[in-house]
Write a protein that binds this ligand. Sequence first.
Ligand code: MG
Length: 308
Amino acid sequence: MRVSQLGEFGLIERLKEILQSGLIGDDTAPVQVGGQTLLLTCDVLVQDRHFKLAYPPSAIGWKAISVNVSDIVANGGEPLYALVSLVLPDMEVSYLEELYHGIKRACDFYRCEVVGGNISRGDELCIDVFMLGKTERFVGRRGAREGEGLFVSGTLGDSKAGLELLLMERKSYEPFELTLIERHLRPTARIDLCKHVSRYASASMDLSDGLSSDAYKLAQASGVRLNLFPDRIPLSQELLAFCKKHRKEPLQYALSGGEDYQLLFTQPVERLNPFLSMVQIGVVEKGQGVYLAGVPIEPEGFDHFRVV
Ligand SMILES: [Mg+2]
């Protein structure tokens, strides 16, 4: 059987069976070291899969750090240290310096530090980041309880719209289009929410594959049903303008668009903090799966090996 027949998530299940670790299954692995909970995660960006060489290299560096920080804050942690492994063909040194300026800028912003790495030659550029964080209280995907609210930060679907705009390779873009492109190229991890998640959330993950498929994973891990309110899903003015111009359905972008790097979490509804970026988009119910206004929906996010 080929990986394309099994799918990314089917493959993960097979590998988990071999490894037999109870710590696999969340955005980070929580490990106990010297009485402290440390969070471990890694994420790789691959040329022509996650980015094109024509993108600004500093944005690629920023994103490589941000996607890892996103996993750590999703579990209620703060980033500490990172290692960067580079696979690269023979290429301009100035390109890689620019990439590392982006990495450094992101580390300064999130207050973490790259403390080493590894370089190998290969056919295409890959940036793999391993990151270490710490938390007072680990919050994974398994703790959602019936009667709680489902919350999300920021706005959803912007990154997918930004990617589609980038792929149009137009000579010029309107200001709202540039905002969407920026959201795709330089996502910002929700470091502003890590303390709130650690204190109050019962289950949490970041949105990297799209709301419908990520909500499905959270529902499955917690053994609950998530019922979403479609009119409460936060959409940006820029996404609405994009959808109007291109005759697209904004809710579809919010449900299936990946790489928003917003947080999806559950908590008692009274824990809503109006001073932080969060809105309630649904409720946790008894049962299983994900429902949109009472109607079951299928996960339709991103799978690296799904054949379409
Ligand atoms: Mg994640």
